[in-house]
Design a binder for this molecule. Structure first.
Ligand code: ZN
Length: 91
């Protein structure tokens, strides 16, 4: 029972730090001790491995979105017009 409670507390502790661990946010870095503790726990805990996996997927999706400017439809039309000119040549 005590072990289960300790495990649960560690899961909670880990879950609260996974985001910061993945972000490697310089404003709120984990200490090397925290990183070690987190990695050791995730390595032995199925639940936290799953949480980590989901965070990674989300993290990748977010960094893709933020790294990419939304596509401007006007720009796409201009590009298409340029391509049409190039491929069809002057009439
Ligand atoms: Zn856990």
């Amino acid at each position: 029972m005590t072990t289960a409670i300790r495990q649960m507390l560690t899961c909670h502790w880990t879950a609260r730090r996974i985001q910061r661990y993945l972000d490697a946010d310089p404003a709120a870095p984990l200490t090397p001790g925290e990183v070690t503790r987190l990695e050791q726990h995730v390595a032995t805990c199925e639940r936290c491995t799953e949480v980590m996996r989901e965070h990674r997927v989300l993290h990748r999706a977010l960094s893709l979105w933020s790294g990419q400017r939304p596509v401007d439809p006007d720009q796409v039309d201009r590009m298409r017009a340029v391509l049409d000119d190039l491929t069809e040549g002057p009439q």
